[in-house]
Design a protein around this ligand. Structure first.
Ligand code: NAD
Ligand code: DAU
Length: 351
């Protein structure tokens, strides 16, 4: 049994589905179901007895203690977070609460649980913390990619809160010996991503003929990785990563935002010709405050130590993603019309 937090979100849900498909070990999935959490992401496993869903907050230490005591997981994989940079700029408080206070409470309960384990159970226990490349700050055009030893220099409330959580995880290893692993990954894309993030927003606006808002000059650079490749990397780190270490994960696939948007437009022109040319919808808009210019990841450590490499290229992964959004309009309607929120409140109450 493993305990996953945030397993109804974009990456967490992809992880749970891949885990049940390829590993098969039961999962307890603790998720608060914020606006970003969606049980529709887990429809495939709704009747699967290996998946136990619990709606709740990682900051609720009593609930976390109860779940650890009841299910006795051999590992915790921690995805739960507030994840959107723009939201952190408009309202940082939730980010401080979940990403910092929530991670602290979770860590503290996990430490107590781990300290109570004995022998082989204690030796094999792992706490894997899922984090981001944004903790390293912003690169200039000629700077080398971020490595695991790049000093932290977070620039947004989101990345500052993730950096704080990474430091807490590090401290729990160094101070208490908790067997932690931290992964720092670049931008993910793929199925089930909430349409506030660049790629799904552009796909859906393109499909419905709405403007494609590009921040600033469109020349900010991100490194892109297909979500299933990220999930496979997390599994490799969980299996064989060295305790106390951090691992960078990325696609070594740097793109300017405008290139990403134009590539999506070209795919849409082909798959959805009635609205050609989609690039006519591109609209340059005001820049994000404090917008990091460039991220790039040096992934030599995970590739050399754990033999991980991404399977998808940007071209294959992006095409799969556009196909998925076209084929899943019901999912899109559910997350965009508010129907899904109503369903949650009816079925889970307004916690
Ligand atoms: P997401 O916003 O899609 O999902 C977050 C999930 O966490 C949601 O299901 C939400 O309901 C849940 N959650 C939020 N607060 C909670 C709380 N207090 N208690 C329990 N559950 C809570 O995020 P994502 O894009 O899937 O990211 C998952 C993790 O990966 C985050 O930690 C993020 O920082 C990290 N990450 C994301 C990316 C990316 O490109 N999306 C890249 C690198 C790292
Ligand atoms: O780098 C990893 C991070 O990637 C994760 O830690 C975050 O959780 C995740 O949200 C993502 O952060 P970004 O800020 O890079 O992703 P976002 O999709 O919001 O934006 C990607 C780039 O596109 C960024 O340079 C801002 C730009 N952008 C974004 C939106 C939503 C636009 O130009 N227009 C837009 O409408």
């Amino acid at each position: 049994m493993i305990l996953v937090t945030g397993g109804a979100g974009f990456i967490g849900a992809n992880f749970v589905l891949q885990w049940l498909r390829e590993v098969g070990e039961p999962v307890v999935n603790l998720d608060k179901l914020t606006y970003a959490g969606n049980l529709g992401n887990l429809a495939e496993v709704v009747d699967d007895p290996r998946h136990i869903f619990v709606r709740g907050d990682i900051a609720d230490h009593r609930l976390v203690r109860e779940l650890l005591g009841q299910y006795r997981p051999r590992a915790v994989v921690h995805f739960a977070a507030e994840s959107h940079v723009d939201r952190s700029i408009h309202g940082p408080e939730d980010f401080i609460q979940t990403n910092i206070v929530g991670t602290f409470r979770l860590l503290d309960e996990v430490r107590a649980y781990w300290e109570g384990l004995k022998g082989a159970e204690r030796d094999r226990f792992r706490f894997l913390h899922v984090s981001t490349d944004e903790v390293y700050g912003s690169l200039g055009p000629a700077d080398p990619a971020f490595s695991e030893t790049t000093p932290y220099a977070p620039n947004s409330p989101y990345s500052a809160s993730k950096a704080a959580s990474d430091h807490l995880v590090r401290a729990y290893h160094h101070t208490y010996g908790l067997p932690t692993l931290t992964t720092n990954c670049s931008n993910n894309y793929g199925p089930y991503q909430f349409p506030e993030k660049l790629i799904p927003l552009m796909i859906l606006n393109g499909l419905t003929g709405q403007p494609l808002p590009v921040y600033g000059d469109g020349l900010n650079v991100r490194d892109w990785l297909y979500v299933e490749d990220h999930c496979a990397a997390i599994r490799r780190v969980l299996e064989d990563g060295r305790v106390g270490e951090t691992y960078n994960i990325g696609g070594e696939c740097e793109k300017t935002n405008i290139d990403v948007v134009k590539t999506i437009c070209a795919i849409l022109d082909e798959l959805h010709p009635s609205r050609r040319p989609h690039a006519a919808l591109i609209k340059y808009v005001q820049d994000r405050p404090g917008h990091d210019r460039r991220y790039a990841m040096d992934t030599r450590k995970i590739r050399a130590e754990l033999g991980w490499a991404p399977k998808e290229t940007f071209e294959t992964g992006l095409r799969k993603t556009v196909d998925w959004y076209i084929a899943h309009r019901d999912w899109v309607d559910g997350v965009t019309t508010g129907a899904y929120r109503q369903w949650i409140e009816q079925n889970y109450g307004n916690r």
